[in-house]
Design a protein around this ligand. Structure first.
Ligand SMILES: Cc1cc2nc3c(=O)[nH]c(=O)nc-3n(C[C@H](O)[C@H](O)[C@H](O)COP(=O)(O)OP(=O)(O)OC[C@H]3O[C@@H](n4cnc5c(N)ncnc54)[C@H](O)[C@@H]3O)c2cc1C
Length: 388
């Protein structure tokens, strides 16, 4: 078997990259180790309207709910209400969403092999185990869109991401006070270094958290979250669709080596402020697919991908990482002060106007230009001094 481009991993990033490689004239193969697309799900399925647009897919039956705002709870219980002007995000069924993306790739002429696991790479040959059988596939360019563990990245010795959060989640009946608002919970006793959430859809919610790796096991914090007065009053017991998974943050210094490029979670293209990877993965996947197709024809070098994706997303990811690190260091007392600051009417208006879940730097820039820099440095630490 000989292909111009082989994409390893049929998640959202791999789907979009394969579509773009085929669209740009490459004979493209997509391989996926699982027997079906989109399983197992390791996602809350909260994606911005921009993410859907970036994936070039309209609202489909995979949309379970539309979100217009959020409630953010400080450790002391103070509630910050953020209201968007319109729909800001969707809650999606990730399995159906991933399948819809793959259909777009197939329409573009991408070939797909399920139950096919990448095992190794030797120059322009990759070894796979396909339905139990060992095979070699020839490929000019290989895109490793194979998620957080990236066997492709390890096989060629590309560096790993800066850090990995641990996440846990389940679905349960939940009586949300506003079905159009996400609930965010902060505090070192429920989500040290990150946050917890309840994302409603219908009369259910995805309830979970992500946390720094160097704390107690995620299950410990999940039980604490369920004791939170807001969650306890809305959670109706019984748990299904359990998820335990990691979230990679901070892209490695290099994502390209020889004829290989890394993409999506494999390349740490994940927003450090929210842990969301679908949006940035799609932004970078289009570049990866297009460059791979041209590189297979010897019209481009893979370094072009590295340069272009960093120019499209690198600054936002770097700023997000600084925000993540600053917030992650705050004590509960400092978090209370920070959320009280955000809860001032003029700041809330600013959040409504400029809050963007994919580009938190926009709001930060606005707050700084409003004259809130000194206050932000006081609340969040010196990392902010050199941000802009
Ligand atoms: C608890 C939790 C909640 C999250 N919530 C959100 C959210 O609300 N919104 C959001 O945007 N993001 C969220 N994320 C992150 C999001 O799930 C990922 O960023 C996104 O799925 C990354 O897409 P990807 O295509 O890069 O990788 P993946 O979706 O991980 O896809 C990689 C694919 O590669 C396949 N694969 C792996 N190894 C091999 C191999 N050797 N051979 C062949 N195939 C292989 C896998 O089976 C998989 O299908 C969450 C993550 C977690 C853990």
């Amino acid at each position: 078997m000989k292909y111009d481009v082989v994409v390893v991993g049929a998640g959202p990033a791999g789907a979009v990259a394969s579509k773009y490689a085929a669209k740009n004239g490459a004979r493209t193969l997509l391989i996926e180790e699982h027997a079906s697309i989109g399983s197992p799900v390791q996602c809350t399925g909260l994606i911005s309207t921009a993410a859907l647009a970036e994936c070039e897919i309209g609202e489909g039956s995979f949309v379970l709910a539309r979100m217009k705002g959020a409630f953010v709870y400080a450790p002391d219980g103070e509630e910050l209400t953020v209201r968007g002007k319109g729909i800001k995000a969707y809650v999606i069924d990730r399995k159906m969403f991933d399948r819809a993306l793959i259909e777009r790739s197939l329409d573009e002429g991408v070939e797909i092999l399920l139950k096919t696991r990448f095992t190794d790479i030797h120059g322009d040959k990759i070894s796979v185990i396909s339905s139990g059988e060992r095979k070699d596939i020839q490929a000019d360019i290989i895109i490793g869109a194979d998620g957080i563990q990236s066997s492709v990245g390890r096989a060629v010795g590309l560096p790993r991401c800066e850090k990995f959060l641990s996440g846990i989640q389940f679905e349960a009946p939940y009586a949300a006070s506003d079905p159009g608002s996400v609930e965010i919970f902060t505090g070192n006793n429920i989500a040290p270094g990150f946050f917890a959430w309840a994302v409603p859809f219908g009369d259910m919610a995805r309830i979970g958290l992500a946390k720094n790796p160097d704390s107690l096991p995620v299950q410990h914090y999940l039980e604490k979250l369920l004791e939170h007065p807001v969650v306890a009053s809305r959670y109706r017991g019984s748990r299904t669709e359990h998820v335990v998974g990691g979230i990679p943050l901070g892209p490695p210094d290099r994502t390209v080596k020889e004829n290989v490029m890394l993409l999506g979670d494999a390349a740490g293209q994940v927003k450090p402020t929210s842990g969301g990877g679908v949006y940035m993965g799609a932004v970078c996947a289009k570049i990866a697919g297009e460059v791979a197709a041209r590189a297979a024809r010897k019209e481009a070098r893979l370094e072009e991908y590295e340069k272009r994706w960093r120019s499209a997303a690198g600054r936002e990811l770097a700023i997000g990482m600084r925000i993540h690190k600053s917030l992650g260091k705050l004590s509960d007392e400092n978090l209370n002060e920070f959320i009280a600051f955000l809860n001032k009417p003029e700041i809330r208006d600013c959040i409504t106007e400029y809050g963007d879940m994919d580009h938190p730097s926009v709001l930060l820039q606005k707050l700084i230009s409003r004259g809130d820099k000194v206050q932000l440095i006081k609340l969040l630490g010196v990392a902010f001094k050199t941000l802009f």
